[in-house]
Design a protein around this ligand. Structure first.
Ligand code: ZN
Length: 378
């Protein structure tokens, strides 16, 4: 993908630099960032569009709360008001939660940013009120930056994105009154019963291990994560966050910070194993843990590892190799919440590789992790 983009870029820049600049400005705010299912203000879903790169974004529809902000205030004393007087269209308005970057993005279909003023974006935080640009000096201003970007979509329509980067991680929700839209910013732990963070190991240029037949670990970790997401999405009382949903490099710091900042109940990292030595032909499931004590949980890392090991080994029907203490790994060492790395099988072993690369096998591994999550959350 990267090579193609560069080629395109080079050709375009030879033609006319100005055109390239204009195109890249549009792309930054527009098509490239589109991701996932879009739900419009009236609740209807829009067909998925082909796009890249896929980002970690969740889409939320507007919740109509007509002329009543007591409900919004009750949800959280931290919220953002966006005045309707600036919005010249009745087309789709929706929210993206780009949580890995602590960024919430409100998208308004059918208009450019001409009418949009930062002064119409008001932040409320426990009684304090901030208007206009982000106030760096005052810690009470929850916003780190506000960017308003307009772009032309491929069907020739305009749309405006209001990107609001917050100083900490919130669970944004979009509400509406007669005069304004409101983005409620609750602390995730305050509104979700249980929070789990699921990590697909490696990604992007970090390929992980490689099978003797040329399969990259990063791809299979992600496939298992997506199967697990299908299961978790049906759960009402578990809120799941994902460190990546596409083939991208995410730093260990970002992965671990997500779990820590959410004060997650569980942090589970999906990996595949491999072995250099051929004779022993190791195969089966392992779960890794650290002796470190989680901050706010009675669940010990070792116990979580045991639960995951039991459930995954049972589902994939391979050997239960055991739980292994590993203190040197970054995410295990820096996680303040119960964490475990589950190694679903050995890519260096023929029979393990069979289920790792098959969709049915990935489903089994995901079911095992899902059952483990339910057991660990008790
Ligand atoms: Zn790995």
């Amino acid at each position: 993908m990267k090579e193609k983009k560069w080629q395109k870029f080079t050709v375009q820049s030879v033609i006319l630099l100005a055109v390239v600049l204009a195109v890249s400005i549009f792309q930054q705010g527009g098509l490239v960032r589109e991701s996932g299912k879009r739900v419009m203000a009236d609740g209807t879903a829009v067909l998925e569009e082909t796009k890249e790169p896929e980002e970690i974004q969740e889409v939320q529809s507007v919740k109509s709360v007509k002329s009543d902000i007591t409900h919004i205030k009750k949800r959280s004393s931290t919220y953002i008001e966006i005045q309707k007087s600036m919005i010249t269209t009745g087309a789709g308005i929706y929210l993206y939660d780009n949580y890995i970057n602590s960024e919430v993005c409100m998208v308004i279909d059918g208009m450019t940013q001409k009418n949009f003023l930062k002064n119409g974006i008001i932040r409320y935080n426990r009684g304090d009120k901030f208007i206009g640009n982000a106030n760096y000096k005052n810690k009470q201003d929850i916003v780190e930056s506000i960017d308003i970007i307009s772009a032309k979509t491929k069907d020739g329509l305009y749309k405006t994105e209001v990107k609001i980067k917050t100083k900490r991680l919130y669970a944004p929700e979009l509400y509406e009154t007669d005069d304004s839209y409101y983005i409620s910013l609750a602390v995730p732990k305050n509104i979700y019963d249980k929070i789990v963070v699921i990590d697909a190991g490696h990604g992007g240029i970090d390929e992980g291990t490689k099978s003797f037949r040329g399969h990259y670990e990063k791809d299979y970790n992600l496939m298992v994560l997506k199967e697990l997401k299908n299961l978790l999405d049906t759960s009402d009382n578990i809120k799941a966050y994902y460190t990546r949903l596409s083939d991208e490099k995410v730093s260990k710091v970002a992965r671990t910070s997500l779990a820590n900042n959410l004060d997650a109940d569980l942090f589970i990292s999906i990996h595949c194993n491999s072995s250099e030595y051929g004779n022993g032909e190791p195969y089966g499931v392992e779960a890794l843990y650290s002796k470190r004590k989680p901050r706010n949980s009675r669940l010990e890392n070792k116990k979580l590892a045991e639960i995951l090991l039991d459930n995954v080994a049972e589902k994939v029907n391979s050997k239960k190799r055991g739980v292994i203490r590993r203190e040197g790994l970054y995410i295990m060492h820096h996680s303040k919440v119960p964490a475990s790395i589950i190694e679903i099988g050995y890519m260096s072993n023929k029979s393990d590789l069979k289920y790792i690369i098959k969709k049915s096998g990935q489903k089994k591994a995901a079911e095992g992790i899902y059952n483990g999550i339910l057991e660990a959350l008790g």
